[in-house]
Design a protein around this ligand. Structure first.
Ligand SMILES: Nc1ncnc2c1ncn2[C@@H]1O[C@H](COP(=O)(O)OP(=O)(O)OP(=O)(O)O)[C@@H](O)[C@H]1O
Ligand SMILES: [Mg+2]
Length: 256
């Protein structure tokens, strides 16, 4: 992988959560516009990796480095990372009572637009775009006027993450089990949105346990997180092997 094409480079990343060292030495690259699938057993640290890259204060980086779009990612605030074009979806999107969804997303979008040198969208223009994107995602328009995720079902929360993704159009999106809890139409909407954004240059890190979704996304690379490191790297054949044999398969069966 050439140095120049790398949108994200992560080297020897070490992350502690609470008293535990979850990531011991994680290294990988994501090229601009590429789609990388991240697999790993429950508790292996996939969400930890995403939240550490996003700058969540609970996930303490204690070693290594990461460069994103030519900048030292780990020295940036969470807000600066988002403005630079990084988007990380929540595995379990939280409620934000009292903050209206449309205002929340418009504020985030205008911050990102400002960083891209684009003019802010007024409430009218924003609403037009948000309605179109909501319709594409099968999210009832009324959810735009409600507090963020307040009373949303599990699948509606995931669709609301996708709405943010569709509107923000980041350089790199990490989708953490975006398909879990989504019905068949929701899963189809994920694939359609990912394909659409990829044609516009967005790169993806997709965390998923489901081979069907992984195959639909035609990944450029498949990574396995195991014991705090990227222990295996391959293509769809690796995803199929892990789906078939499980994460506890014997070492001798592992791909080289
Ligand atoms: N706040 C915390 N305090 C202590 N341990 C934590 C905390 N948050 C996460 N962990 C631990 O870190 C480890 C990695 O968790 P993480 O959520 O990153 O795993 P994951 O690979 O995303 O798993 P899953 O497939 O279930 O989503 C787990 O053992 C988890 O218990
Ligand atoms: Mg997780």
């Amino acid at each position: 992988m050439s140095f120049d094409r790398s949108l994200l480079q992560v080297r020897d990343l070490r992350v502690d959560v609470g008293a535990r060292n979850v990531l011991k030495s994680v290294s990988f690259d994501v090229d601009a516009g590429a789609l990388v699938v991240l697999m790993g057993a429950n508790g292996s640290g996939k969400s930890t990796l995403g939240l550490a890259l996003a700058g969540h204060p609970r996930y303490r980086v204690v070693g290594g480095w990461a460069r994103f779009a030519g900048q030292d990612l780990l020295s940036m605030s969470a807000e600066a990372r988002a403005r630079a074009g990084l988007f990380v979806s929540f595995q379990a999107p939280p409620e934000i009572p009292g903050v209206k969804n449309n205002l929340f997303i418009r504020t985030a979008l205008n911050a990102v637009r400002d960083a891209r040198g684009e003019a802010p969208l007024d409430a009218f223009d924003f609403l037009g775009r948000a309605r179109d994107a909501s319709a594409d995602l099968g999210l009832p328009e009324a959810m735009l006027a409600r507090p963020v995720n307040d009373g949303f079902s599990g699948g509606e929360r995931k669709r609301n993450e996708l709405l943010q993704l569709a509107l923000l159009q980041p350089k790199l999106a990490l989708l953490d089990e975006i398909d879990s809890g989504l019905d068949v139409d929701g899963a189809r909407a994920v694939v359609q949105l990912v394909h659409k954004l990829r044609t516009q240059g967005t790169a993806f890190i997709v965390v998923s346990h489901y081979l069907h979704l992984i195959e639909s996304l035609a990944p450029d690379a498949v990574l396995r997180l195991h014991e705090g490191c990227i222990s295996e790297q391959g293509d769809l054949a690796l995803a199929r092997e892990l789906a078939r044999s499980g994460f506890a398969r014997p070492a001798e069966a592992q791909a080289v």
